[in-house]
Design a protein around this ligand. Structure first.
Ligand code: ADP
Length: 474
């Protein structure tokens, strides 16, 4: 198998699939990065919110303690004011857990001193990821924190009630201080756990993002590399094809030049000889000599006729498409013999047919050209010195291939000529033919993907074997 054929037979994966893979990977990469950035940004907003929550709670505790010991009402107001921060966040949490009105949640977050631009991200993350492990843990800590804030509020109310009714004793002060400190300590643990859980989630998301980014970038790089290598291979194949076509074109052009030159020469020579014969016939008085000249004119015209018919065969063989059809080899042989019987000495030759294969599926025109030319050569190059001249046509099936064999006991082919008999315009006797016959036969055989071989011995005879494929299924 030729290199070009091997390259042609190589099946390329569909490049559109690769383009689709690249497209989908890019789209996924963009989506994943977009959502990851959104998640990380929301996480940051929660951590930020937690610091406001914690500061609010701590300030509120500080004001409550001051109020407890100074009974300054401003401190009570400041306590309530600062406590609103964690309480606002608590309202947002409860609303979102109940899938309630987002406006209430937004307002809660705003009271919790979260930045307005972060509100959408805070709500989006809560709504979509509240069941994801890291966030659900954080929400649990947050809920416990809110409960402690409520406890702080209740203690505040008790302290305020006692101060207002002037029944706050120093024992109460000690007791409440202890309670506030204990709540503060617990809240600190809750707040730390909340931040840690969010931080852990953020780190996991970051790792996941790096892995998915690497994965999709590798998919894109591999697809692009594969795409380019396929394209380069395709370019190489088409370059090779163009080179082969160019080479063929050069050969065809050269052949055409030779053909035109020789055809014009060969077409003119019988006319020139006819003109000369007519001129000398006009001056001739001897009737026998005139008959000789007429016979020579006839032969000259015969050659002209043969040459034109060869040119027509050549042209048909070159231009006409291969048409696979049922062909009867028997009919083709009989027709050819009938047509060729006018050739000199043809009636002295004994024709034998051993047709084991008759009906085949092939191109009728090419088979006709092949059989006609082989038989006409067998007749033209018959050895008239032999007592019995014969031509045998055999058809048979061998190793799954159809064979047509034309054997004669003619003059045979000289060893020096064997290599050239299939060349264009090669002929050993210009009076007998144009030198195109076997050239056309070879081209016709190649057209139907067959093969031709010759066995010949000078003075003994020749055998031409044509091999034709039995089936053209690819
Ligand atoms: P041509 O028109 O000269 O017959 P071909 O191409 O048909 O041209 O044949 C080329 C040459 O091959 C012939 O000139 C002849 O020398 C030789 N040749 C072909 N067929 C036979 C044959 N059956 N017996 C002997 N010689 C042959």
């Amino acid at each position: 198998m030729s290199k070009l054929q091997a390259l042609k037979n190589f099946r390329f994966p569909n490049v559109f699939i690769l383009i689709l893979i690249v497209f989908i990977s890019c789209a996924l990469l963009i989506c994943i990065n977009f959502f990851t950035i959104k998640i990380l940004s929301a996480n940051r907003a929660y951590v930020n919110g937690e610091s406001h929550y914690s500061k609010g709670q701590k300030d509120a505790s500080r004001h409550l303690i001051t109020y407890l010991f100074t009974k300054n009402h401003t401190q009570w107001k400041l306590f309530l004011e600062e406590l609103k921060v964690p309480q606002g966040d608590g309202i947002a949490r409860i609303t979102l857990l109940k899938a309630g009105d987002n406006k209430v949640a937004r307002n809660g977050f705003l009271i919790g001193r979260n930045h307005e631009d972060d509100l959408d991200d805070l709500i989006w993350l809560f709504e979509n990821f509240k069941n994801v492990s890291f966030l659900s843990k954080a929400i649990k800590e947050w809920g416990e924190g809110d409960q402690l804030i409520f406890d702080l509020f209740v203690i505040g109310q008790q302290i305020n009630a006692k101060i207002e009714h002037n029944i706050l004793t120093s024992t109460d002060q000690k007791k409440h201080l202890k309670q506030i400190s204990s709540i503060s300590d617990q809240l600190t643990i809750n707040q730390r756990n909340f931040s840690n859980t969010l931080g852990e989630g953020t780190r996991k998301i970051k790792d996941l993002l790096i892995i998915t980014n690497i994965f999709f970038i590798l998919v894109i790089i591999c697809s692009v590399c594969l795409y380019y290598s396929i394209m380069v291979k395709r370019l190489l194949v088409s370059k090779k094809e163009t080179e082969v076509k160019n080479e063929n074109l050069i050969i065809v052009n050269r052949e055409l030049d030779r053909f035109v030159y020789s055809a014009s020469h060969d077409l003119r020579s019988p006319i020139t000889s006819l003109k000369g014969l007519i001129e000398i016939t006009a001056l001739e008085d001897d009737a026998q000599q005139v008959r000789n000249y007429l016979e020579m004119m006839h032969q000259s015209l015969e050659r002209q006729d043969q040459f034109i018919s060869d040119i027509i065969d050549y042209s048909k063989n070159k231009r006409k498409e291969i048409i696979l059809e049922p062909v009867s080899l028997k009919e083709l042989c009989n027709e050819a013999i009938l047509q060729l019987m006018h050739i000199e000495n043809a009636n002295r030759i004994k024709f034998t047919q051993e047709l084991l294969v008759d009906q085949i599926e092939s191109d009728g025109l090419r088979l006709k050209i092949i059989i006609n030319n082989l038989l006409s050569n067998a007749i033209k190059y018959a050895d008239c010195s032999k007592q019995e001249m014969f031509i045998t046509i055999r058809t048979y099936l061998s190793e799954g291939l159809n064979k047509i064999e034309v054997t004669d006991n003619g003059i045979g082919i000289h060893d020096d000529h064997k290599a050239n008999i299939f060349d264009m315009y090669f002929g050993t006797n210009k009076n007998k033919g144009s030198g195109l016959g076997l050239y056309i036969v070879k081209e016709a055989v190649e057209n139907i993907k067959g093969d031709i071989s010759v066995f010949s011995e000078s003075s003994v005879g020749s055998k031409f074997i044509v091999t034709i494929p039995n089936s053209y299924a690819t």
